[in-house]
Design a protein around this ligand. Structure first.
Ligand code: IPM
Ligand code: MG
Length: 360
């Protein structure tokens, strides 16, 4: 069967970084069909919608989506449902991509890039498993209404709903425990069970699931403490599992521990291992078109794509190794540059990875 990927580059630096990931994939000589489509602001400009049906259909009919980034300040005035961010939320919902894997890994060669002291971050290697299709992100009812109870009757109020169904918690728990089994068998579930009913429910189900994984050590932590522990002693964590909103926040924090968010890939999977793969960073419109963006997060996302959706782990390992070597050889984009290293642009970084792959 031919392997098929939808390539959705999006806005800002999206097209530049995705181009490098596509070149890297092409250089492997695999029989993968790659089809491009517009998404985000770029799609809005052409079709007046950030996720046109043609793009969604392409994504649905592909085994995986390689995604760049979406968003630009120039769309901030649009109604929420037409803003670029809605495309990524729509893809997550339509494809049922409930499991978001966000690794944060500090390369030895980059330990000076972190804003934290090298001795605090050295050896950092954690995985955040974020639930991605539930919680207050998608919970209904939501909106703005006239308050009809409580202390503010008669005033307008904004409201959203935090809710998790049991099956939603159970399936993300399973992904998290399975991930922990493949790593150091330590799992920390993050919630706000001291205040929120949803969180207590979440915690109970995590505890219940732990019975099926006697080899995994499960701990629980409140979100506020977890945010603090991540900067205090990040290496205490191996796998973290958490809900959509807390995971959004913690994953940016964890990404920054590594010095540059430009290094971190992510995978969002459904129950068929169909996935969307994107760098953890955004569209960075301020540096778009300058050829200086770091393509490594996207290249590493392509590696995750091969590993999780196309069952090509050997090739994923080759890409990971190539990125490692490129850094060891001193190649740096501006976001990770330090004195004495070799500053390169986006496409030269792509070249460097491809050269390493040729030599492998
Ligand atoms: C992320 C992003 C998205 C989110 C936005 C763009 C909707 O911040 O992938 O973390 O909040 O999930
Ligand atoms: Mg986020």
């Amino acid at each position: 069967m031919t392997k098929s990927i939808a390539v959705l580059a999006g806005d800002g630096i999206g097209p530049e970084i995705v181009e490098q990931a596509v070149r890297v994939l092409s250089s492997l000589g695999l029989n993968i069909e790659m089809k491009e489509a517009l998404v985000g602001g770029a799609a809005f400009d052409r079709f007046e919608h950030p996720l046109p049906k043609s793009t969604l259909d392409l994504a649905k009919n592909s085994q995986a989506v390689l995604f760049g980034a979406v968003g630009d300040w120039k769309y901030d005035h649009l109604p929420r449902e037409l803003r670029p961010e809605q495309s990524i939320l729509g893809l997550r919902r339509s494809l049922g991509l409930f499991a978001n894997l966000r690794p944060a890994f500090l390369y030895d060669d980059l330990s000076n890039s972190s804003t934290l002291k090298p001795e605090v971050v050295s050896g950092l290697d954690l995985l955040i498993v974020r639930e991605l299709t539930g919680d207050v992100y998608f919970g209904t009812p939501r909106g703005v209404r006239n308050a009809n109870d409580g202390n503010f009757i008669g005033e307008r109020e904004g409201f959203d709903t935090m809710r998790y169904a049991e099956s939603e918690v159970r399936r993300i728990a399973k992904v998290a425990f399975e991930s922990a089994m493949k790593r150091s068998k330590r799992l920390c579930s993050v919630d706000k069970a001291n205040v929120l009913e949803t969180s207590q429910f979440w915690r109970d189900i995590m505890t219940d699931t732990a019975k099926e994984y006697p080899n995994v050590e499960l701990t629980h932590m409140y979100i506020d403490n977890a945010a603090m522990q991540l900067v205090k002693n990040p290496c205490q964590f191996d796998v973290i599992v958490t809900g959509n909103l807390f995971g959004d926040i913690l994953s940016d924090e964890a990404a920054m521990l590594t010095g540059s968010i430009g290094m971190l890939p992510s995978a969002s999977l459904n129950s068929n291992n169909q996935g969307l793969y994107e760098p953890s960073h955004g569209s960075a419109p301020d540096i778009a078109g300058k050829g200086i963006a770091n393509p490594l997060a996207t290249i590493l996302s392509a590696s995750m794509l091969l590993r999780y959706s196309l069952d090509l782990s050997d090739y994923a390992n080759l890409i990971d190794k190539a990125v490692h070597n490129v850094l060891a050889n001193g190649f740096r984009t501006v976001d990770i540059y330090e004195n004495g290293t070799n500053k390169v642009g986006t496409s030269e970084m792509g070249d460097a990875v491809i050269n390493e792959l040729r030599m492998a």
